[in-house]
Structure formats: structure tokens, C-alpha cells
Design a protein around this ligand. Structure first.
Ligand SMILES: C[S@@+](CC[C@H](N)C(=O)[O-])C[C@H]1O[C@@H](n2cnc3c(N)ncnc32)[C@H](O)[C@@H]1O
Length: 437
């Protein structure tokens, strides 16, 4: 396909997403099935353009004066790819399968550079109904924070210190991929591969480095959230919402395979991939507790844990860089559902914390109604728990990792927040509570 035919295809897919409220992945898959002549490079280029358009959907539509697929693509070129109107005209006209040439009206709107007058939620590309929530956490930084959330994300890897160490893993990866990973200052264990649209995402899962368990794919924010929880050698730890095991796999090396992690999730299908991942990583101190109907598989752990990690189900607003479709699909009803889940999950998890033990509450959400409010509500009902001062959490990590985090980690009254703008990570919230009685 010619580049301009790919633009037409992206417009078609976007219209399908918008008109039929379809998930982007489904619309792209269907387009591929009905256009079998398109090769893998075409599909990747069309997918990249569609996802980029979704990242900037609101600002691009505003700049082009309409909300359909064509307007969003035109606005994207104008505002986010820096093309002036004559360049856009040249880009889309003249060939077979090209979008129709610009109309006079489109030319005028695109040329007017109206975006500076747009409301915050348009300039920051987030849903209007979340303006109050996001304003509450970010105040006057809301547009800058959300613009950073609208950028695309790099691919982060965590070095598994049970099997390798950062310099070796970086060398190994460089020789396998033909490019050197970056080393983000916030963690000695993170290797980062910035996105290279021309080459596409490297297929990490087929590298020797990955297959031998030297590295894991994990956003730096998720790595840091596990670090702040503070798992140490010899501890008894319950990962209460273990899912596919991202946090368990990060905590086990921090415990140097000493002590015990119990990995549990109420959904056995989500837990399933953890077995292979543990084996590949050479982890020996994890017991997976798969739920069984009619039996309490955590019964013996009550009030025995040094650390209980609650990586709570949430709206995932902190992961919009990777999943821009989700930001336009989230509804108030789903936020309310998640808040109920969070209250239930933190309550259920607390019974396993021993006196003097810690309860770490983590979300990949930016919304205080899923973060500090949930922690505050729990503390109000459970006077035996108190929040660890966020400054203390940062200081402990800095000592352990031998780095200074500066302003990259934001201190909220009850916990820490990571964001793309500050920490160059997905958005995460982490609070740690201690059980005093
Ligand atoms: C954010 S995901 C966990 C991700 C995982 N910790 C990781 O790092 O890969 C939240 C998990 O909570 C689980 N969950 C939801 N409600 C739960 C409950 N009441 N008890 C235990 N797990 C629950 C979900 O099945 C889901 O896997």
C-alpha cells in the first residue's frame, strides 16, 4: 500500500471506532480481515496512525473542527506532526486511494490554529467528565500532565537479578537487538527501549536474554511500585491480586529467593501465566495459591504476613499511553464499580497482615477517588492501621537503590504518585500502611 492509502485506511478504521463505538483492536482486526492484500508493514503503519490519532483525539478534532476520522487525522497532522496546511494538501492529494483533497472550509479551520483557545480537557486530551477528578490531583499542571500521558510509551524491561545483572543484560540485549537500551536514572534495574516507529516494537519475548530469564517486560512505574512496597529477604509476603505475576516477579529478586511469597488472585485464569514466568525467572520462593470453589486457600495466612500487596483492580487511567482507546471508553459507571472492588479488596486483604506488618495499596490510576480516598476510607474504619509517611518510603528506596529521585516521585499526603511527566513512567499510586494493633 502507498503511504497515502494507509492514511485512507486509518480514517476508515477511526470512523468504525467512533460511529460504532468499537474497541480499536477489534476495528483494526476486522479491517485486516476484509483487506487481506495489506501486508504486515501496512497493518502496523495503519495501527500506529490509528493509535496516535486516539492519543490526541480531542485536540486533533478541535483543531480540524469536526469529530470524524478524517478530521482527527487532519488535526493530528496539523497539531501533533507539525505539518502546515500546504504540506497536508500535498500529503493527501493526487494519488489513487488518497483521501479527498481539502475543502475550503477545512483549509480555513486547519489554518486558524484554534487550539490555544480550547478548554483544558481538549488541550490535554482527556474526557471532559474526568476534568474535575484530574484537576483535583494535578491542579494547574493538569494540561501538561495529561499531554505527557498522551505521548507514546517506551518499552521498559526489568533486569532479573536472580539470573543476571544490569550491565551484562544491557550488553546481551545490545548484541541481540543491534541497539543499546537506555538506562533511566530512577532505577538501576531498568533497561529502556524508546519507540522507533520505523522499526516497530522489538520482539523481546523471542530474545535469548528474555528466554533465559535475564529480563522481564515491565513498565518502570510498576517496577518502582513493587520496590516501594518494601519486600525484603526473609519476609512472608502475600501478593493478593497477583494477576499474571508482574509484582511477584519483581519482589522475589528483591527477597533474593529468601522468605516466601504467596501469589493469589480471585481469577484463576489471570493467575495462569505465572507458573511459566516463575520458572523462567528461576524463582523458588513463591507458592501460587489458586482459588478453589468452596475452599479458602488463604486460611492459614491470617495475621501472619509481614507484607500484603494489594495491586488493586482499577480504571487503568495511568496506562493511557499504552492504551489510548481506553481513555475514550471509560464511563462513570465503571469508575464506580472499580471503587467498590477496591474497598472490598483492601478490606479482604487486611486480615492477613500481622501486627507490625505492612499493607501496600497500589493502583495504575491517576484518580484520587481510586487512590487516596480509598486509603482514607480504609484508615477511618481501621484505627489499628496507619499510613507510612511518603517521604519515608522514598528515603528507603533511595538508600536501597543508591540513587536520588529528586522531584520524580510526587508525595501526596497518604502515598506516592508516579506519572509520565514526572517520572517517565506509567501513572501509579502507592500507599503503605502499617498495622499497629
Ligand atoms: C491490576 S491487576 C493485577 C496485576 C498484577 N499484580 C501484575 O503486576 O501483573 C488486578 C487484579 O486483581 C484481581 N482481583 C480483583 N478482585 C479481586 C479480589 N476480590 N480478590 C483478589 N484478587 C482480585 C483481578 O483478577 C486482577 O488480576
Amino acid at each position: 500500500m502507498t503511504p497515502v492509502a494507509r492514511i485512507s485506511a486509518a480514517i476508515e478504521v477511526l470512523d468504525d471506532i467512533i460511529d460504532r463505538r468499537r474497541p480499536a483492536a477489534d476495528a483494526l482486526k476486522d479491517w485486516g480481515l476484509s483487506h487481506r492484500f495489506a501486508g504486515s508493514k501496512d497493518r502496523r503503519a495503519i495501527g500506529d496512525l490509528v493509535f496516535d490519532a486516539l492519543r490526541h483525539r480531542s485536540s486533533a478534532a478541535f483543531a480540524a473542527g469536526d469529530e470524524n476520522g478524517r478530521a482527527i487525522i487532519l488535526g493530528l497532522f496539523r497539531v501533533h506532526r507539525g505539518l502546515d496546511v500546504p504540506s497536508i494538501e500535498r500529503l493527501i492529494s493526487g494519488e489513487r486511494f488518497a483521501p479527498l483533497p481539502l475543502t475550503d472550509e477545512e483549509r480555513a479551520v486547519l489554518g486558524a490554529d484554534r487550539l490555544a483557545e480550547a478548554p483544558d480537557h481538549v488541550r490535554g486530551d482527556y474526557p471532559e467528565w474526568l476534568a474535575e477528578e484530574l484537576g483535583r490531583v494535578f491542579g494547574e499542571d493538569v494540561v501538561a500532565e495529561m499531554q505527557a500521558m498522551a505521548a507514546s510509551a517506551p518499552l521498559d524491561l526489568r533486569v532479573n537479578t536472580l539470573k543476571s545483572e544490569p550491565d551484562n543484560a544491557a550488553r546481551e540485549l545490545t548484541s541481540e537487538l543491534g541497539r543499546a537500551p537506555e538506562r533511566p536514572a530512577l532505577s538501576p534495574l531498568c533497561l529502556r527501549l524508546p519507540l522507533e516507529p520505523e522499526r516497530g516494537e522489538p520482539h523481546i519475548a523471542s530474545t535469548e536474554c528474555f528466554l533465559k530469564g535475564h529480563i522481564e517486560i515491565q513498565d518502570l512505574g510498576s517496577q518502582l511500585a513493587a520496590e516501594f512496597a518494601g519486600a525484603r529477604p526473609g519476609m512472608q509476603v502475600l501478593d493478593f491480586c497477583a494477576g499474571g505475576g508482574g509484582k511477584t516477579l519483581a519482589m522475589a529478586p528483591a527477597m533474593q529467593n529468601h522468605g516466601q511469597i504467596f501469589a493469589y488472585d480471585s481469577d484463576r485464569r489471570r493467575l495462569a501465566p505465572i507458573h511459566d514466568r516463575l520458572a523462567r525467572a528461576g524463582i523458588r520462593n513463591v507458592q501460587v495459591r489458586t482459588p478453589k470453589p468452596g475452599s479458602d486457600v488463604l486460611d492459614d495466612l491470617e495475621k501472619r504476613m509481614d507484607l500484603v500487596l494489594v495491586d488493586a483492580p482499577c480504571t487503568g487511567t495511568g496506562t493511557w499511553r499504552r492504551n489510548p482507546d481506553a481513555k475514550w471508553r471509560i464511563r462513570p459507571g465503571s469508575l464506580a464499580e472499580r471503587q467498590k472492588d477496591q474497598a472490598a479488596v483492601i478490606e479482604a486483604a487486611a486480615r492477613y497482615v500481622k501486627t507490625g506488618g505492612r499493607l501496600a495499596y497500589i493502583t495504575c490510576s491517576l484518580l484520587e477517588s481510586e487512590n487516596s480516598d480509598r486509603v482514607a476510607a480504609f484508615l477511618a474504619d481501621h484505627p489499628g492501621f496507619e499510613a507510612v509517611d511518603p517521604e519515608t518510603l522514598v528515603a528507603a528506596y533511595e538508600t536501597e537503590a543508591m540513587i536520588e529521585t529528586g522531584d520524580a516521585v510526587r508525595r501526596l499526603p497518604l502515598g506516592l504518585m508516579l506519572t509520565p511527566r514526572r517520572s517517565g513512567t506509567d501513572g501509579f499510586f502507592i500507599a503503605v500502611l502499617v498495622r499497629r494493633s
